[in-house]
Design a protein around this ligand. Structure first.
Ligand code: CU
Length: 307
């Protein structure tokens, strides 16, 4: 009696949980950015590399589905058709059969080779960076990112840190409901701005511990390691301008969860305008910046030498 009365309640709870999960996935899909994730599968992404990664992932997925159907199909059919109650007698002719052992070694090897060829091609494509149109040096710190532009945007240099409203809300006993903060823990003060339809190369390093720069919609994740420069490149499809979000993906210390990545993808024209604005603003700031008094400048090398 007990079992039968509890079962529907448990099933109801499971259905409710599944509905809530699907609901959150749908809400995620409908968020403000052109984020291509539906919360259930890999995002299709907005770069050629991300599309290739997605296609390979789906190819492997369908191979796995095919294997599962064949293996479980054979198992379930055998269990039913040759069950003991039907008077089935075990067939011992296949025990230690060399022929069978060769077959079940060769078939998985062929499947692995079929998967390994496109996987190797894709890895080469990921690593083989074409000459970039724009390079940006990215440095990870506990717990923020620094973006230093090169090439046509040379001189633009800023830090990207967690936005203040998220930072206040995350404090213990802050009294602020995190649900009231838009993009809670996924918003920064200064996003990385890049142009679409342009080959962008990031040169990743770190000033303290290992961090990792990860934006799922670009299909990319790479470690930022002190003393090393890692490279990654991408080209966002034209027409896919918008805000893309990611996070540091290497456990880098106490505030690891609080160094999100926000990329603002603009059209090449809008990006050029932004670069001009940034350059004009930094020129203005340099003109206004007070110069240190001459005595302080003369004294500092002496003070440094004495230490
Ligand atoms: Cu980090």
């Amino acid at each position: 009696m007990r079992v039968t009365s509890r079962a529907p309640a448990r099933a109801g709870a499971l259905i409710a949980a599944a509905t809530a999960w699907l609901g959150s996935a749908a809400a995620h899909a409908g968020s403000e950015s052109p984020n291509t994730s539906n919360g259930l599968n890999l995002p299709y992404g907005v770069t050629g590399l991300a599309h290739s990664i997605y296609d390979l992932h789906m190819e492997c997925f369908w191979i796995c589905v095919g294997i599962a159907v064949v293996v479980f199909g054979a198992m379930i059919y055998s269990l039913i058709a040759f069950r003991h109650s039907k008077g089935a007698i075990p067939d011992k002719t296949m025990l230690h059969s060399t022929k069978v052992e060769i077959i079940w070694t060769i078939i998985p090897v062929v499947i692995l080779v079929v998967v390994a060829i496109p996987a190797a091609e894709l890895i080469i494509k990921l690593e083989d960076a074409p000459p970039p149109d724009l390079s940006i040096r990215v440095t990870g710190y506990q717990w923020k990112w620094q973006y230093q532009y090169m090439d046509a945007a040379e001189g633009i240099d800023f830090f990207s840190t967690l936005k203040q409203d998220s930072n206040f809300a995350r404090e213990l006993h802050s009294g602020i409901d995190p649900a009231s903060i838009p993009n809670y823990l996924l918003e920064v003060d200064h996003p990385l701005v890049i142009p679409s339809g342009t080959k962008v190369r990031l040169l990743l390093t770190s000033d303290d511990v290992i961090h990792a720069w990860y934006v799922p919609d670009f299909g990319l994740k790479r470690s930022a390691i002190p003393g090393f420069i890692n490279e990654l490149w991408f080209e966002v499809d034209p027409g896919k301008e918008g805000i893309y979000r990611g996070q540091c993906a290497a456990l880098c210390g106490r505030d690891h969860a609080f160094m999100p990545i926000v990329v603002d993808v603009r059209t090449p024209d809008e990006f050029k305008k932004w670069v001009d604005q940034q350059k004009a603003a930094s020129k203005q700031a340099a003109a206004v910046e007070p110069q240190p008094p001459p005595t302080a400048r003369a004294e500092s090398p002496v003070a440094g030498a004495g230490r």
